[in-house]
Ligand binder design. Structure first.
Ligand SMILES: Nc1ncnc2c1ncn2[C@@H]1O[C@H](COP(=O)(O)OP(=O)(O)OP(=O)(O)O)[C@@H](O)[C@H]1O
Length: 741
């Protein structure tokens, strides 16, 4: 993917290395400064682990150093990270002539020591949580991606070698999740629950704890501090990885009036048994703020390293291993994007002792949402034609609604999943009904997965309604008779039919299958309006028609050939999106997170008048500022948003993971919790000394990127904050814009 990017935008290749260099510098700065590490942001979408090749392409051989070398490394790995980073590019050639050992412990059948801890255990007991807490502590102090992968690989390898049953809970705890996204199991505990539990476990009053928390700024540090001062009469039983995970699941499953109190008791029990370090990470996990800098992609690479197939003896060179590791990571990546359920994948890995055979055993399954394919923005005909010169392409209306992946299960059940794998079925009983009608003439269908956009629709005028209308629809346990905002499904793809995955089929064949399988029902179930093209003739007219019909623009997709398969979770050039509004601007809107606000004056006095917006840097896990936003708001919006933030989303201090410059004009009057994503449009992007977005990733290293003439469009309720526009995307938009000037 990166290669394609480099091809289209040559400077980006350089940017990547500038980025790495600046990252090393930043690492040094972090070591030198007392400023806290950026913390993990809440809830990752299932897409966030992708683009593996983008940044790890040249790094895998570094992980495959001989085990002995790993063991002898200085235990304080964190101090070495910047050096390791700078050595990375030469590591392949350094080792290419020597034989390397396979990192797969199952192949080599030997125990591998961990450099970050001396905690050990036997195969007949459970893995101690202390082991994981040691790993978390080391990872927290590490920002080098390679070092993080190494530590995590050691963690997984050690567990696979001793108590493989602990691998599944370990993976969930490392990703700060309790189960697959579509199960929707959440911790359901806020700061108050943790403070109450800490108070009961340590004897400190909640008031004292709160005051201390304001000083420390981190609930984990508070929990660790409390444990250090707490004396216990009897030594409580040690915590295990499995035990902690099970306790968390029990807490999450509690429901009803007394559940909050019950949850506190469970948490108290854990905290009483925890050491200082364990308490720190327990408190953080419960609040979804683990702060160990790992995303799904790190987990995938680490697991792939542990379960890479054994090399044939002639492939035991670093280069040979590099290929094996990349393939293993690609396999695991592909499997996870089709079946994002560790409970299904990890037992197969353990049983097969390899990633081999995984694709056959872990397949796309109706009932489990697939990571949706995403699109890249384009703004000119030449971009499209350059991409699709060898094949015909289809233009479809880009509807302004919400993504819906609709599954039909063999037991006749229908499930509807959002873009973030949330189960939206209770929200759309009308869609369930429409699907059954659309299928009614075809009794050969036993199961399917289709991709579609749900749009608010007026059945009387047969017109589409705005996205805002759709957002106004009730969300929970909706009854058909209560529905006030009818919707129409616009189906555009089919991924699975009657037990067979169609992902690898060409879009042309998938569309034929889609049209053959379903009957349309006006205003309830329709196919996207689409036309096939081989050149630009007629595309502009179609764009005008789409806008007139109330759509955002066009989606442009390859019909045949290598670019036409369905790529779960991938935002590639295989799908292009073109929005009329942006054709004269940067090509796309941005989804940004408000992290602060400025009090309004004059007409806006009494409400916030402007906001400080940030993009998300997934590498450093920081929110980096990109503009002050003061236009595009209605008076009602400003009143309601002011109320929303004042009702419990204002912070006393900026989060340690907010990247904000010292420019006084940028400092907001109040800081916000990062809890919303706002779609924002702008005229163009410019380098700025006042903003920090993508700072160090472009040629002017001391400047960030800023939006010029930003304008608020709407709140993106379907996006979690770590799904906001990333610093990488900002760089790409900036470079695309520059190359067109
Ligand atoms: N015909 C269509 N084909 C595919 N996606 C469509 C279509 N019509 C509307 N969409 C919507 O457009 C989105 C594709 O744009 P993109 O992949 O960039 O998602 P996004 O980040 O949510 O961006 P955007 O803000 O443009 O919706 C899809 O997620 C889907 O919800």
């Amino acid at each position: 993917m990166r290669t394609r990017l480099c091809f289209l935008v040559p400077p980006v290749h350089k940017i990547f290395y500038v980025q790495r260099a600046s990252f090393i510098m930043k690492r040094k700065a972090v070591n030198a400064s007392p400023r806290k590490q950026p913390s993990k942001v809440p809830k990752s979408s299932i897409c966030s682990y992708l683009s593996l090749q983008q940044k790890e392409e040249h790094s895998l051989s570094d992980i495959v150093k001989p085990a002995k070398e790993n063991v002898n490394q200085n235990a304080n790995m964190t101090q070495q990270t910047s050096q390791e980073d700078s050595e990375t590019s030469s590591s392949t050639s350094e080792h290419s002539s020597s034989l390397v050992e396979n990192p797969n412990p199952v192949c080599e059948e030997k125990l591998v020591e961990c450099t970050f801890t001396n905690v050990t255990w036997q195969g007949n007991s459970r893995a101690p949580f202390r082991f994981l807490a040691d790993a978390f502590e080391t990872m927290e102090a590490t920002t080098s991606r390679l070092a993080l992968i190494k530590i995590l690989t050691q963690v997984f390898r050690k567990i696979v070698n001793t108590t493989p049953d602990d691998l599944l809970p370990c993976v969930y705890l490392c990703t700060n999740t309790l189960g697959p996204a579509h199960e929707g199991l959440e911790f359901k505990a806020g700061e108050a629950t943790v403070l109450n539990a800490l108070s009961s476990a340590t004897g400190n009053s909640v008031k004292v704890l709160k005051e201390r928390l304001t000083k420390l700024g981190d609930i984990g540090d508070l929990a660790a501090e409390c444990r250090t001062t707490q004396q216990t009469m009897f030594k409580p039983p040690s915590l295990t990885i499995h035990g902690v995970y099970q306790e968390f699941r029990t807490m999450a499953n509690l429901a009803g009036k007394l559940s909050t109190k019950e949850r506190e008791k469970h948490l108290q029990k854990l905290l009483v048994s925890a050491s200082s370090k364990e308490a720190k990470y327990i408190a953080r996990i419960v609040l979804g703020k683990l702060r160990i800098h790992i995303a799904y992609k790190t987990v995938i690479v680490a697991l792939a390293t542990v379960f890479a197939p054994c090399p044939k003896s002639d492939a035991k060179t670093t280069d040979g291993m590099d290929v094996i590791l990349k393939e293993a990571a690609a396999t695991l990546n592909a499997v996870y994007s089709q079946l994002p359920v560790w409970d299904r994948i990890i037992p197969v890995l353990i049983q097969n002792k390899s990633t081999e055979g995984l694709e056959e055993q872990c397949r796309l399954t109706p009932g489990v949402p697939v990571g949706p394919m995403l699109a890249k923005p384009v703004k000119e005909a030449s971009d499209v034609l350059e991409r699709f010169q060898e094949c015909s392409f289809v233009c479809e209306y880009k509807y302004d609604g919400m993504r819906a992946q609709i599954h039909y299960l063999t037991d006749g059940n229908v499930k509807i999943f959002s873009r973030n794998a949330e189960d939206d079925t209770p929200k759309y009983p009308d869609i369930v009904e429409s699907i059954k009608f659309a299928l009614s003439k075809n009794n050969t269908v036993t199961s399917f997965i289709i991709d579609s956009e749900v749009v608010a629709y007026d059945p009387e005028t047969n017109a589409m309604k705005s996205f805002q209308e759709l957002q106004g629809r009730a969300r929970k346990e909706v009854k058909i008779e209560d529905i006030k905002v009818p919707v129409c499904i616009f189906a555009f793809d089919i991924l699975f039919l009657n037990g067979e995955s169609l992902l690898k089929w060409s879009l042309k064949d998938r569309r034929e299958k889609l049209f053959d399988t379903f009957s349309t029902i006006q205003g309830k179930f329709q196919f996207t309006t689409s036309k096939v093209f081989t050149d630009w003739e007629g595309v502009d007219e179609m764009m005008d028609e789409a806008i007139k019909a109330g759509c955002e623009g066009l989606m442009i997709k390859a019909l045949t050939g290598e670019y036409s398969s369905y790529e779960p979770c991938n935002r590639s050039q295989n799908w292009l999106k073109m929005k009329k509004d942006y054709m004269n601007s940067i090509g796309d809107s941005l989804d940004l997170v408000p992290i602060g606000a400025y009090y309004g004056r004059g007409k806006r006095s009494g409400v916030f008048g402007a906001f400080l917006l940030a993009c998300y840097n997934s590498e450093t896990e920081e929110f980096q500022t990109v503009c002050k936003l003061g236009t595009g708001f209605s008076d009602e919006f400003l009143s309601s948003i002011t109320k929303f933030y004042k009702d419990g989303h204002i912070l006393a201090e900026p989060k340690p993971y907010y990247g904000v410059s010292d420019t006084p004009a940028i400092r907001p009057d109040v800081w916000f919790e990062p809890c919303q994503v706002w779609e924002t449009r702008c005229a163009d992007l410019t380098m700025s000394p006042s903003h920090t977005a993508a700072k160090g990733m472009l040629s002017e290293e001391d400047k960030g990127v800023a939006l010029r003439f930003p304008r608020f469009i709407r709140i993106r309720e379907d996006k979690p904050v770590d799904d906001a526009t990333t610093a990488d995307q900002i760089v790409e938009l900036y470079c695309n814009q520059k190359s067109k000037m």
